[in-house]
Design a protein around this ligand. Sequence first.
Ligand code: PNW
Length: 481
Amino acid sequence: MSSTPFPDDFLFGASTASYQIEGGAHEGGRLASIWDTFAHTQGRTLNGDTGDEACDHFHKYAQDIKAMAEIGLTAYRFSMAWPRIRPTGDGDFNDEGFAFYHRVLDELDKYGIEPLVTLYHWDLPQPLEDAGGWPERAIVDRFVEYARGTVEEFKERVTYWTTFNEPWCTAFLGYASGAHAPGRSEPAASLAAAHHLNLAHGLAYKAIKEVHPEARVSIVLNSHLPRPWNVADPRDVAVAQKVDALANRIFMDPYTTGKYPAIVLDSTSSLTDWSFVHEGDLDAIKGTLDVLGVNYYSSHVVRFNDAPHRPSGQDGHNSTVHHCWPGADDAEFMPLVGKRTTMGWNVDESGFHAHLMRMHRDMGLPMIVTENGASWPDEVSDDGRIRDVDRYTYLHDHMGALLKARAEGADIRGYMAWSLMDNFEWAYGYSKRFGLLRVDYASQERTWKDSAYWYRETIRTRAIAPLDTLESVVENPPRAY
Ligand code: PNW
């Protein structure tokens, strides 16, 4: 029994992703990914923002990692960019790409920060999309080669490996709604993409274990918590179950039962016959997780509607959310009550607790919360402070929900705040701020928000810092670099 609420070996971290922070798009032998192409296509991202420079972490990584150490992080979750490491997707591995991540790992090592590495956080080398992308089965081998080569390179230094970040987003925002790169709207192809992501994970798991038996391999799933609008209406309950299956179980059941849920196959049967699932595929996927990564931001309320109104827009959580649901045309996502972040997402820590307990029950794996956080307006006060009360309140309440889930038996080994610093928020460009550190994109200066101080205090005490002690832990003026 530990005397603090969080045990000594609990991983306190923050998360980032390569395309969102690195910049250096044309440096070190990096070639284009689907996100470079997408962001440079008119009308795809807000204000035409791109990740060409992003937070310039490619050059500022050492200062950024020093800030992590000052906050007290014991872990850092980041992704390696496939277009840096194997720039064409299927040709030579790039020594300069490897060298950059060795430098990052050197810095983390200096401060004893545990690296949690994601192999794929959405930056697919463009030539692989040109060859058909995730809906084409050939991509599975390309991913397995990349995974094997990368883990071989870093196996002395990295234990925690994640294959995919949020395969739901890759498959359904990338190939069904088109809100994310490569921006295709092909419902049948999106289902093939989902299967190829699962298969690529399963085969990569075996390849990774061959070169690095001690590796702890995970997939990171984003949470959808579709609560029924009217729990007394069986049609609302049924449509919520269907959305749950298309969002969550399509990426859960193959790992546990070795099957796709019947409700997924049935509801999509008019779109595809699922012949992209070959003999033996599901056996290759089943049982290939050591750890589960859980990303959680908000919850949903859905109801049955034969002909729901379909407004246009880009918001994956709201207006066009239906486009990402092949097979769920009768699901209507209802407006959410209560406080909303600048993403339009609701704040619902009870959903976090419920989701963690459900994942614990259905997956039966050790879990790491790999993303949790919120985007808020973040005013800079005259004294230089960023009093982001909404953010540290969100973190406070969600970490409380995590501790409750742990107390009820969920095996949660770590918590990664999204994100270390403000960064390129995909289709929303730089308009959304999720960071513990504020980034001034003109100067690339980072400033500690109050949340960074709150988190530092939480980590120092290994207990959720009370909200009203903040004034005693912040510095005036805040740290900046
Ligand atoms: C996740 N949705 O993205 C990603 O892993 C991060 O890269 C991202 O910055 C973060 O959450 C905040 O958005 C998501 O529409 C993007 O459901 C969209 C959705 C979910 C997750």
